[in-house]
Design a protein around this ligand. Structure first.
Ligand code: C2O
Ligand code: CU
Length: 502
């Protein structure tokens, strides 16, 4: 059972013709290296003069190198402030919120549009906004002390970029996030396809858990217990802030359901059995084919998009969605089908038809970077989480001068070249490793080739496990690599990657 959950079952049967049709219809991106100035020769032969590696050739067409701006600008005002909101079971809860909502507003843009977010900090603490999973200019990445100074109380910062990928992303603070995210600061960024597939509706479910004591968010953060384990796991689980989220649909509808795990530490394995549900996108990028969601581990930071068809015959039925990551299942939400006549099910090929670099037979290639994940006693919290024996300095959000960039190790990754990164977990705990500014593909787990027909930005590394990933970074800059269990990150499990043209 445990092993079954760990492997990601694939579905055979998406027809090639439908796949190509969908690719043409819905993913009109240019190949990733096409739009660059002088790119044809520059990317065909890397700086060293060696021929393009097989892995880089396989990568071509996976996702575009540059954005294709349409000229449209979307202006959004975003404000972080304390608020009291009816959440969980509907009782008032003191939170920190974006635009007085938890989850924060879902920001929607079309691919090619420029998003301009004027952010105001009305918290009593410094903060930043990080755009998780979005490939954007490094200066917009929201990492204090690395890409920008923290936004002080009362301060503002304008985030402006044209997303390069259509998909489900999210935003959250990158300073003392174990507290700031836990108190409710997170929201979803949906980048729609230029021509969105004609789903009956497009829904966002943000999964989170809360540690509630006497009707309030437990104010003890980064406790020794949380640090020794898999971070802060709450005692109340919510979807869109509610313990009883219900999505009412009509029979026959075809729904795009976007799931985000915004929890500090909890992993979810959502069970949609009983429903015709297929994963079409992981961490914001379409998969190569539709996949069975059974057993998918949605770690902190991960997103999956599902393509769900409600049977025409399901009028009056109720489908409950349950989390099966832990031994005891947790009810997440329910999909209630209304009575009445069925609507016509929109018929179109699955958009899950992306080109995903196969990168097979790469076991023999040495990793360019290897990270050993471990813990030791010491540091501000009594326990430090380390990458190769180094713990990054903790973020102190009580001083405006705080920089998450202090005391970090910096490694170099050559831009437009293929690199293997290896994560060796010397601990028994979970570590969802997240890279900013790039997508990677899991190559193997414990030396056994993985068969994941998709890219990710966050991969869950289990206790004592070794995970190899492949990546072709396209964007220059200083990008974070860290555990997305926010307590582990704050206790040191953060590092930096300099992506440079060599
Ligand atoms: Cu959601 Cu540095 O990450
Ligand atoms: Cu971790």
């Amino acid at each position: 059972m445990a092993t079954a959950l760990r492997r990601y079952p694939l579905i055979i049967g998406a027809t090639l013709a439908a796949g190509i049709a969908a690719a043409l219809l819905l993913r009109p991106h240019p190949p990733w290296r096409a739009p660059e100035r002088g790119a044809a020769s520059a990317s065909a032969v890397p700086a060293g003069g060696s021929p393009l590696s097989a892995q880089v050739r396989e990568f071509e067409g996976s996702y575009p190198e540059a954005a294709s701006p349409t000229g449209v600008v979307r202006d959004v005002a975003l404000e972080a402030a304390p608020a009291t909101l009816p959440l969980l079971d509907g009782q008032p809860l003191d939170v920190w919120a974006y635009n007085v909502q938890v989850p924060g507003p879902t920001i929607r843009v079309r691919l090619g549009e420029r998003l301009r977010v004027t952010f105001t900090n009305r918290l009593a603490r410094p903060t930043t906004v990080h755009w998780h999973g979005v490939r954007l200019p490094n200066a917009m990445d929201g990492v204090p002390g690395v890409t920008q100074p923290a936004v002080p109380p009362g301060g503002t910062f304008v985030y402006e970029f044209v997303p390069k990928d259509a998909g489900t992303f999210w935003f959250h603070p990158h300073l003392r996030s174990s507290e700031q995210v836990e108190r409710g600061l997170y929201g979803v960024l949906v980048v729609e396809d230029p021509v969105p597939p004609p789903y009956s509706r497009d829904i966002v479910w943000v999964l989170d858990d809360w540690r509630i004591r006497e009707g309030a968010i437990d104010p003890q953060f980064n406790t020794p217990h949380d640090l020794m384990h898999d971070g802060r796991w709450g005692n109340v689980i919510t979807v869109n802030g509610s313990i009883d989220e219900r999505l009412t649909v009509r029979p026959g509808e075809r729904i795009r359901l976007r799931l985000l795990n915004a929890a500090n530490g909890r992993v979810f394995a959502p069970d949609f059995s009983g429903l015709d549900a297929r994963v079409i996108s992981v961490d914001g990028l379409y998969t190569a084919k539709p996949l069975d969601p059974a057993g998918f581990e949605l770690a902190p930071g991960n997103r999956i998009d599902l393509d769900i068809t409600i049977p025409a015959s399901a009028a009056g039925r109720q489908f409950s969605v349950v989390d099966r990551f832990t031994r005891r299942p947790n009810a997440l939400a329910s999909i209630d089908v209304s009575q009445g006549a069925a609507v016509r099910t929109p018929a179109f090929p699955s958009p899950a038809a992306a080109h995903v670099a196969p990168w097979r037979d790469t076991e023999a290639i040495a990793p360019r970077l290897e990270y050993r994940l471990a813990a030791r006693r010491g540091g501000e919290f009594g326990i430090e989480w380390t990458l190769n024996g180094a713990a990054a300095r903790h973020a102190h959000d009580t001083e405006a001068s705080t920089a998450e960039g202090d005391g970090h190790e910096v490694s170099v990754l050559p831009r437009r070249e293929w690199s293997k990164l290896r994560f060796v977990n010397d601990s028994g705990r979970l570590h969802p490793i997240h890279l900013h500014g790039m997508f990677f593909k899991v190559l193997s787990r414990n030396g056994r080739p993985a068969d994941e027909p998709f890219f990710r930005d966050t991969v869950l590394v289990h206790g004592r496990e070794t995970v190899d990933v492949g990546v072709v970074p396209l964007d220059e800059g200083r990008w974070m690599l860290h555990c997305h269990i926010l307590e582990h990150a704050e206790a040191g499990m953060m590092s930096l990657l300099d992506v440079k043209s060599m």
